[in-house]
Design a protein. Structure first.
Length: 316
């Protein structure tokens, strides 16, 4: 359901703004997705952030407080979820919440449609000996589900705006600009990963997908692991960086598969800026490569002014 909503928002953003290329579409969508604003994507993103967000801080902040009832525990949890590893237990710790008040805040935010739980597919550890005990560090390990924001802009707000709120409210933007310059690429990576899963599954639409999403356990993390009814396994990694991905990245994915003891039908790599010539030569049945331009496939038959569910029901 979340991926469907994200795709609708992605298409709506394109229909309203028609950016020149998919790299711009993804980069600007990661910030403004869900706001339903008309954006001049020929302007630098930092200028648009100033004009549309920073200069309207009080108005937007009031709307976010209305969405969360200005509940301090909800606000702390959203900030922790935005900047951390998305795991629920670690977010509780980062926000200074326990299982009771943290769980209550989490449930409220989920009911309001601001976040959605991404359930872990990790199997609980078991001793090979039915009567044996697990090592202490293994027995203490807790499988933790993760959280995804339903609107890119909401995560952007708590990732970048909330930490600098006091200065932004006073009209001092310099620390925000420095922070954004340093961390923009890392921030955009998650949205790119979510969209990559949508594109992968779109290309597998003739297959019945049994399970899809990121995979994590105590030993390994994989950006996307998709399994179909006919027992085909697709393992994907996503790289939102300004350099071409080379063959070493393929080898790292192979090593992750070995740790999981799985043999993928195909390894898929998504890259912002494409791939080295050496890696490109190896693509085929066992390796598929996608760059930003390939995301145009998600926008087929999109009509101008197509609308999708948005974060704020009225314009800023």
């Amino acid at each position: 359901m979340l991926k469907t909503k994200l795709l609708e928002q992605f298409r709506s953003f394109y229909a309203r703004n028609y950016p020149d290329d998919m790299e711009t579409q993804i980069e600007y969508f990661a910030v403004f997705g869900g706001l339903d604003l008309e954006i001049d994507t020929t302007k630098p993103i930092i200028i648009l952030i100033k004009e549309l967000i920073l200069d309207n801080y009080k108005t937007i902040n009031k709307k976010i407080e209305d969405l969360t009832l200005a509940d301090k525990e909800c606000l702390r949890l959203l900030r922790a979820l935005a900047v951390g590893d998305r795991k629920i237990f670690s977010a509780f710790n980062r926000a200074g919440l326990n299982n009771a008040n943290g769980g209550s805040a989490l449930n409220y935010l989920e009911q309001k449609g601001l976040i959605q739980i991404e359930f872990s597919r990790e199997e609980p550890a078991r001793s090979l000996n039915p009567k044996g005990r697990l090592k202490r560090e293994i027995s203490r390990y807790r499988i933790s589900h993760k959280v995804l924001f339903t609107h890119p802009f909401l995560r952007f707000w708590f990732y970048f705006i909330a930490p600098h709120a006091k200065k932004i409210e006073q009209g001092e933007y310099e620390t925000f600009f420095k922070d954004f310059e340093i961390r923009q690429s890392g921030y955009t990576s998650l949205v790119f990963e979510e969209l990559s899963e949508i594109l992968l599954n779109y290309n597998l639409r003739d297959s019945q997908i049994l399970s899809s999403g990121s995979y994590w356990d105590v030993n390994v993390e994989i950006d996307i692991l998709t399994i179909t009814k006919d027992e085909k396994i697709y393992v994907a990694e996503c790289k939102w960086t300004n350099h071409k991905v080379n063959k070493s990245e393929w080898h790292r994915v192979v090593e992750k598969c070995q740790k999981l003891q799985i043999e993928p039908t195909q390894i898929v790599i998504f890259s912002k800026r494409g791939f080295s010539k050496e890696l490109t030569k190896d693509q085929g049945k066992k390796l598929a490569l996608y760059c930003s331009k390939d995301f145009e496939a998600l926008l087929k038959n999109v009509k101008r002014d197509e609308r999708a569910e948005r974060l704020f029901r009225d314009n800023l």
